[in-house]
Design a protein around this ligand. Structure first.
Ligand code: G4P
Length: 294
């Protein structure tokens, strides 16, 4: 499988994240709620180290609510603090400052005992492209946009955005790259929109998604494309069926598979197909979590 990141890019991105990391007390790690493990770069653990971290599951408006619940339990079991958010409506976003305060409570209390005056908690947002970093920064910043400004003593060009009384946020996020040597992970990332079309053939992505829906969301598949459970077995054949039923035809009566794939992938990415998640904690247990580690 083609990887879109060259080692040089990776090294540069890693360095930039490391620089930002030094400036903050807490990391807000963004994962796509529809594919939290696949949208997670395993390097994150080493980069964040012992620094407090709040995992934010983004785009929950697009995800299957039951799957999101299962993921929250799974992350809690792994000892991670996790909060589902939807940055487009703001759902869950207001809880972020309080959750950061709780995470930093002990550290700041220890500083206070030493007579060091407490300051605002400094946070950074970190995640792969398209996971919703800018949308969340804008959502958080809007409430206090008037207070945004430079602070002395900070790297030139780096701005802090004040969020309420207790928190300030780096205005530029840390960007990690998706890791997708694993075929399944790559297909999930592509279906969600995290990987651009040219990386993986869209027809393959659409066929994968249809097959996945037949297994996990047969009702949505029936509702949207009229394909009943068990009617068509294989993803590629389902795509052909969708093309035929939705009028993606070439002259001569042949199905235009490219057009059909575009339609399916667009409807999945936009949520028009319904609220679906592309992986469950069980899938990773089955896959041996091989891709969860470097
Ligand atoms: P990034 O900084 O991490 O790269 O992501 P960004 O905020 O730019 O968001 C990527 C796309 O995801 C944007 O769509 C944005 O509107 C959408 N998005 C972000 N948060 C949410 C959310 O909570 N729910 C939903 N439904 N969408 C969200 P876009 O501008 O249309 O870009 P694209 O989809 O054409 O790539």
């Amino acid at each position: 499988m083609v990887i879109q990141w060259f080692p040089g890019h990776m090294a540069k991105a890693k360095r930039q994240v490391e620089e930002k990391m030094k400036m903050v007390d807490v990391v807000l790690e963004l994962l796509d709620a529809r594919l939290p493990m696949s949208s997670r770069n395993p390097l994150i653990d080493r980069l964040v180290g012992k620094k407090p971290r709040l995992v934010l599951l983004t785009k929950t408006d697009l995800a299957d609510p039951a799957a999101t619940e299962a993921w929250v339990s799974q992350f809690n079991r792994l000892g991670l603090n996790v909060l589902p958010v939807d940055a487009t409506t703001g759902k869950g976003v207001a809880q972020i400052p309080k959750r950061c305060e709780t995470l930093l409570e002990e550290k700041f209390a220890a500083l206070a005992r030493k007579g060091i005056r407490t300051r605002r908690i400094r946070a950074m947002i970190l995640g792969i492209p398209n996971v919703g970093k800018s949308t969340l920064i804008n959502r958080l910043a809007k409430r206090n946009a008037a207070q945004t400004g430079d602070r002395p003593g900070v790297t030139k060009g780096q701005q802090w955005i004040r969020i309420g009384n207790a928190l300030e946020l780096l205005d530029t996020p840390g960007i990690l790259w998706p890791k997708f040597e694993d075929q399944q992970v790559g297909l999930r990332l592509a279906a969600s929109g995290a990987i651009r079309e040219e990386i993986l053939p869209l027809e393959e992505v659409a066929a994968f998604a249809l097959q996945y829906m037949a297994n996990r969301y047969p009702d949505l598949l029936k509702e949207r494309y009229g394909i009943a459970s068990g009617e068509v077995q294989e993803g590629a054949r389902m795509l052909e069926e969708v093309g035929r039923r939705r009028g993606c035809m070439r002259k001569g009566g042949e199905v235009d598979l490219e057009k059909a794939a575009e339609l399916v992938v667009h409807e999945i990415r936009s949520g028009r197909i319904g609220r679906i998640s592309l992986e469950l904690p069980d899938d990773w247990q089955k896959e041996g979590e091989s891709s969860a580690h470097e």
